[in-house]
Design a protein around this ligand. Structure first.
Ligand code: F6P
Length: 459
């Protein structure tokens, strides 16, 4: 293997450059050229396949900084459709013209879904990433426990899980955590701490929405910010029970902080954050998210009188407010845990290609005796019997739906990731860079400007 390609697909994370860096470092040791493909799979669908050499003369380009968030290669949500043969043939030709002997896709469950057709063209492995922490398995044969149903009233298939095994051990998880997750939790937990003190001052109820789609890992990890209640998509919300808990806590401490995952569902399984019909002042249709839907639910259930009675002259509507942590979760410098593990996984992906693996996934494993280590598993382990990859959910054993907090198992899960997740250099970085007076005089210099000068195209 003399020349391999690497691309970053799907939504970005803060640790992508660290994974690329890990791959390039390993490739330099074994004298393999690494070609970065621009904007994920979009590069392969572009007639001239924009790309750049990441390690000319087996030294990495200076723009490749593992402490910089995002990806210097650019990311897109373009995906590989296995049924689009014409497009696949073109992609195949471009891979050949680029003279690649193997391909590393840095991606999540969506990328995994498109991996199979690529593996038929070129040895391809996946280095995982996603802030959602949903690429992985709670136990080894979890993918075999999906059931597919064909509902006549709506097009397409519906998937549901059969019963999960009752025994669950965090040591048996496949891909314990994905790079990007720790930083997303760090940002969310920091935000929660900051919102707490203002909620305390103003005697308010704060609802903080975090990302994660239908997986509640970010919400679970946000327990480090000590919210009073954590709502995850895996546990349907009972609005009466929730309103009672909010009132109880409010009576005691005159403020409540609730964290909700963006994919939370009500008791009927309806996603609260899905499109709700409402209009802005101009009459345009607006979409509102999970936190707004939750706020409306609490305003209705708790009512103005409760807040008046407890010393506020304001309505429930002004006492209960929402904030989304939003894309700050996905950006900026990765914390040490993410940087380190991402680099390990990038290096592992190169080794997997050198060993002749194809359609395999580099994974981060954890055991009580060894701590974290990297490994690899066949991509088939992650696919159900119809070939579909499902996002990993928070296992029921990790969450206490009554307390609306991580369970003891959930806490056991979080500890290995977060106990030393932040390095001294992460703290020092803030001290040295945030109020650097030079920031006031210099414009931000985007790395994209330099990268664009390095991009080459197929003739
Ligand atoms: O999958 C990562 C993620 O950040 C999700 O948590 C979130 O729902 C989604 O991507 C947002 O995507 P976009 O930035 O494309 O709106």
């Amino acid at each position: 293997m003399r020349r391999i390609g690497i691309l970053t697909a799907g939504g970005d994370t803060p640790a992508l450059n660290a994974t690329i860096h890990g791959a390039v470092t390993r490739a330099n040791q074994v004298r393999v050229e690494v070609v970065g493909l621009i904007n994920g799979f979009a590069a392969l669908f572009h007639p001239r396949a924009p790309h750049l050499l990441l390690n000319p003369l087996f030294g990495e380009i200076p723009e490749l900084d593992p402490t910089r968030g995002g990806t210097i290669l650019g990311a897109s949500r373009d995906y590989v459709d296995p049924n689009d043969h014409e497009r696949l043939d073109l992609a195949c030709r471009r891979l050949k013209d680029l003279q690649l002997d193997g391909l590393i896709c840095i991606g999540g469950d969506g990328t995994m879904n498109g991996l199979q057709p690529l593996c038929d063209m070129i040895p391809t492995v996946l280095a995982p990433k996603t802030i959602d922490n949903d690429l992985g398995l709670n136990y080894r044969y979890e993918a075999d426990h999906w059931i597919r149903e064909d509902h006549t009233e709506a097009p397409g298939y519906f998937y549901r899980r059969s019963e999960m095994p009752h025994t669950f051990d965090i040591e048996h998880m496949v891909n314990y955590a994905t790079p990007g997750y720790a930083t997303a939790v760090y940002v969310s937990a920091t935000g929660i701490g900051r919102i707490r003190t203002t909620a305390e001052s103003h005697r308010r109820v704060a609802i903080i929405e975090v990302m994660g789609r239908h997986s509640g890992y970010i919400a679970l990890g946000s327990a480090y910010g000590q919210p009073d209640l954590i709502l995850i998509p895996e546990s349907p919300i009972n609005s009466c029970e929730l309103a009672e808990r909010v009132k109880e806590i409010y009576v005691l401490q005159r403020n409540v902080v609730i964290v909700c995952g963006e994919g939370i569902v009500d008791e009927t399984g309806h996603v609260l954050g899905s499109a709700r019909l409402s209009t802005d002042p101009a009459g345009n249709l607006m979409l509102s998210g999970a936190s707004e839907a939750l706020r409306a639910m609490l305003i209705e259930k708790i009512g103005d009188e409760f807040f008046h009675k407890h010393g506020r002259n304001e309505s429930a509507g002004s006492a209960i407010f929402t904030r989304k942590v939003g894309h700050t979760q996905r950006g900026g410098r990765p914390v040490r845990f993410d940087r380190f593990q991402a680099a390990q996984l990038g290096g592992k992906a190169v080794e997997m290609l050198l060993e002749g693996q194809n359609n395999h996934v580099a994974t981060l494993q954890w055991s009580r005796t060894e701590g974290f280590y990297v490994d690899s598993y066949s991509g088939q382990l992650f696919r159900d019997q119809w070939g579909k990859i499902h996002a990993r959910n928070v296992h029921p054993a990790m969450y206490d739906p009554h307390m609306m907090q991580p369970s003891p198992v959930g806490i056991e899960y979080l500890l290995p990731i977060f106990t030393n997740a932040i390095g001294d250099d992460d703290v020092e970085y803030i001290r040295q860079t945030l109020f650097d007076s030079g920031n006031l005089f210099r414009r931000y210099h985007s790395v994209n400007t330099d990268i664009h000068k390095r991009i080459r195209f197929l003739e």
